[in-house]
Write a protein that binds this ligand. Structure first.
Ligand SMILES: Cc1cc2nc3c(=O)[nH]c(=O)nc-3n(C[C@H](O)[C@H](O)[C@H](O)COP(=O)(O)O)c2cc1C
Length: 327
């Protein structure tokens, strides 16, 4: 029986990650879909229901192809999921938590559900809940990371326990050779965050993209530091001034860190601008006005193999050419 990845009919088994806080918006999602991949809209980050609806409508205006919408469950009050249900987004991608309450409602609306998981235990729970595919992270990943082991281990184990439920690999993938390796572990597709963060269409601030391009894997670290808005959740970021000051202060606990309560910048929200406190979970988007070096600069170890900001279509072409050459 054809599974989700067969039904999506993409030219390449390449997904762009639904990077939240506004980073993976309609332009990136649609560009990846139009270039033969599967784009996922980043709706995570406690967006109001009307904003999620607007993002979905904008994406539909840019592409007639199927796309996904990502929701971060610990930051959701349910209204963002409702917006996805109302709009019947083809694929709902859920991260971090129990997906069981959403699967039947999605399937009733003829939507597919994908859970991003951190390893085989999570993956089995999601499969038992009836998801149509599982994205399995490795600890190399950028952004919030549920995985505790590298991709080679998490994907190999997940493929073994998941059986017919397709596994999509995420974490540390930035080239066609990386994709070939993930497919050799048994993954049916791959999901790339950091590589598409360094695309012209990603809605990250230019200075943030420049940091991603300049960085090596050793410039990233796993931490729980940027916790305002989503506490006690590990994430991989670039080491910056906020990280260095916290490390220099002896890594104090939340509430006792250097510069707690300071505003490090503002972002637009509708017709207003809202302040971003130091240690906020929100990344610097295009219109961020403030100190980039103080903000959460999510990025994965794959920064090591990213040398330029390119159009998403050019990234897709390069990845497909490299994948053909590697297989
Ligand atoms: C800047 C950034 C933001 C992210 N935001 C989200 C998010 O909102 N929801 C989510 O499920 N995953 C998010 N992720 C994690 C990705 O889904 C994926 O696991 C990760 O990007 C894979 O590793 P890579 O960055 O090495 O490609 C984010 C990743 C990055 C780099």
């Amino acid at each position: 029986m054809p599974d989700l990845l067969d039904r999506l009919h993409t030219r390449a088994p390449i997904w762009s990650a639904g990077m939240g806080g506004g980073l993976a918006g309609p332009a990136l999602t649609a560009a990846v879909c139009e270039a033969g991949g599967f784009g996922v809209l980043g709706c995570g980050g406690a967006l109001p229901r009307a904003e999620v609806t607007r993002l979905i409508e904008q994406t539909r205006a840019l592409t007639s192809r199927a796309f996904g919408a990502n929701i971060i469950l610990p930051m959701s009050d349910g209204s963002d999921v409702e917006a996805c249900f109302d709009a019947r987004v083809p694929v709902l991608v859920l991260f971090w938590g129990d997906v069981q309450p959403f699967v039947a409602d999605a399937h009733r609306r003829e939507m597919y559900v994908v859970a991003q998981c951190g390893g085989p235990d999570d993956a089995v729970a999601a499969a038992d809940a009836g998801v149509d595919a599982v994205i399995v992270q490795g600890s190399e990943a950028g952004g919030h990371v549920r995985a505790r082991a590298p991709l080679a281990e998490t994907v190999t184990q997940a493929v073994r326990v998941l059986g017919p439920v397709p596994t999509i690999a995420a974490g540390g993938i930035a080239t066609g050779a990386d994709i070939a390796t993930a497919l050799a572990y048994g993954a049916r597709g791959v999901s790339l965050g950091t590589r598409f963060l360094a695309s012209r269409e990603a809605a990250a601030h230019d200075a943030y993209k420049a940091r991603v391009v300049a960085a090596g894997a050793e410039d990233t670290l796993m931490t729980e530091l940027f916790d305002i808005g989503w506490p006690a959740a590990a994430h991989r970021v670039l080491r910056n001034a906020t990280v260095v000051a916290w490390e220099g202060a002896g890594r104090p606990a939340s509430g006792e860190r250097p510069g707690e309560g300071e505003e490090i910048g503002t972002i637009g929200a509708g017709t207003e601008r809202i302040g971003i406190p130091r240690y906020s979970v929100l990344p610097p988007v295009t219109d961020f006005d403030g100190d980039i070096e103080a903000a959460a600069l999510y990025a994965g170890e794959s920064v090591a193999r990213i040398d330029a900001v390119d159009d998403a279509a050019a990234i897709m072409t390069t990845l497909m050419d490299e994948l053909r050459a590697a297989t």
